[in-house]
Each structure stands twice: as structure tokens, then as C-alpha cells.
Design a protein around this ligand. Structure first.
Ligand SMILES: [Mg+2]
Length: 245
């Protein structure tokens, strides 16, 4: 079995449960903003939000959309398509409030603590995230994750986002890690898996996010990407990685 000494983890959707935390934050905000309490409206809005959120994050990764636009447009489009458009200033207030509330919610993916406790006995743990710098620390704190990690590499510090090889280069250099003793663990096919593969380190693909997307699209696989590459490991549950780490 290969021995890894450096574990590079993505945060959102890999350790920190993006879907559960987002749902909880949106429920809090719906109440605060007096939005329709009809459960059917909420679930329609929720799936539309994720659809647009994924789309704008993909653009953000390649520098095709500004952070300030991303923050609001995902909500603007979701409310519009759900048939309940909000005014421009209310959208800004909603988007600001979302970033206040959501990152402070604590839900992690199943098995996160067990895997991190195990891996941190065998090597050093690092975060590589494209997430907004001002909120990622709150998520680490809320999830009680700081205890395991040596460092957090934020794309905003590097000026490059995953899958750009420069962010991986920067992270390994900062960790004093060699490629052959390093692995990237993430839920994003392009940013984490292909990014790490092209940079030249092993990859563990967490399929949780893709499963959630499939569920929210009602099982419609037409928009699903077909992967024609097998990562080093592919798992749906973090605890399945314990045997390899
Ligand atoms: Mg992620």
C-alpha cells in the first residue's frame, strides 16, 4: 500500500457539508426575509439555487465572472426562475446575509472526523480551497476542523484557482511535500480531480456532490458529465478512505 505523508483536502462539499448547511441557512433566511413558507416553493428554489451556484462557480474558477457578481446572481436567477423575483437591493441584502449565516453552520459530511483523526496520525493535513477567503475560516471553526490541519491554502492568496497547477505547486511547496507522497481529496471533478491529476499527484474523488446534484435534478442524467478517467480512489463516504490512508 502506498504511503501518503501529505493529505490535501478540499473544504466545501468534501468535508464541510455544503448541501445541508446551505439548506439550513436558506431556511433561516426565508424566515428573516418573510419569503413564502410553502415547502414546494422552497424545494424548487433550493434546487434552482444549486443549479445556478454550480454554474457560476465553474465560471469563477476560470476567471469568467467576478466574485461580487457570483455572490448575488445565483440568488437573483434562482428567485426569478422560482417565480418570485426580488428587487436588486433585497438580493444584495439576501446575498450578504447568506454569507453571514451559512459559513457558521457546523454540518460535516459523514465520516469526516473519523477520517481526519486517522489521517492526521499518519501524515500532515492541508486545505486547498477556492472558497471566499473571508468565510472559509468560519467553516473550519464551525466544523471544529482546525485541530487537524497544518495550513489552509486559499486561492485568493495565490491568485490562482484550482484546477490551475500553480495553486497545487504553491501548496506542496509551502507544505514541504513531494508529489509522490501527496494526495488530493475533493468533490469537484474538474478543480480537484483533474487539477491534481494534471499536476501529477494522486486523487481521491468524493462523489457526494454529484449524487446530490443528481438527486436535485430528479435523477435526470442528461446534464451529468461522463468521466473517462479513473481517479486513484473513488468513494461516496469519507470513511471508506480510512483503509487507504
Ligand atoms: Mg468542493
Amino acid at each position: 500500500m502506498k504511503k501518503y505523508n501529505h493529505f490535501f483536502f478540499d473544504l466545501d462539499g468534501t468535508l464541510w457539508d455544503l448541501y445541508t448547511n446551505t439548506e439550513e441557512a436558506l431556511r433561516i433566511l426565508f424566515h428573516e426575509f418573510n419569503l413564502p413558507s410553502d415547502p414546494a416553493f422552497f424545494s424548487d428554489f433550493y434546487s434552482k439555487y444549486h443549479y445556478h451556484n454550480e454554474k457560476v462557480w465553474a465560471l469563477y474558477r476560470v476567471g469568467k465572472i467576478e466574485k461580487e457578481v457570483l455572490r448575488t446572481i445565483r440568488f437573483e436567477r434562482a428567485f426569478e426562475e422560482a417565480g418570485h423575483p426580488l428587487g436588486a437591493s433585497e438580493i444584495v441584502r439576501f446575498a450578504d446575509r447568506f454569507l453571514d449565516v451559512c459559513p457558521k453552520l457546523p454540518h460535516l459530511l459523514p465520516g469526516a472526523h473519523e477520517l481526519l483523526a486517522h489521517a492526521s496520525k499518519n501524515g500532515k493535513l492541508h486545505i486547498i480551497t477556492n472558497g471566499f477567503k473571508e468565510v472559509q475560516g468560519f467553516k473550519m471553526e464551525a466544523g471544529n476542523l482546525n485541530q487537524y490541519f497544518d495550513q489552509m491554502i486559499n486561492s485568493e492568496d495565490v491568485g490562482k484557482r484550482k484546477p490551475n497547477p500553480e495553486i497545487f505547486e504553491y501548496a506542496l511547496k509551502k507544505a514541504g511535500a513531494a508529489k509522490e507522497e501527496s494526495i488530493m481529496i475533493g468533490d469537484d471533478w474538474d478543480a480537484d480531480i483533474l487539477g491534481a491529476r494534471d499536476f501529477g499527484i494522486d486523487q481521491a474523488f468524493i462523489t457526494h456532490t454529484e449524487q446530490m446534484q443528481l438527486k436535485l435534478s430528479g435523477g435526470d442524467r442528461t446534464n451529468q458529465v461522463r468521466h473517462n478517467y479513473s481517479p486513484t480512489f473513488t468513494v461516496n463516504n469519507l470513511s471508506e478512505l480510512i483503509q487507504h490512508f
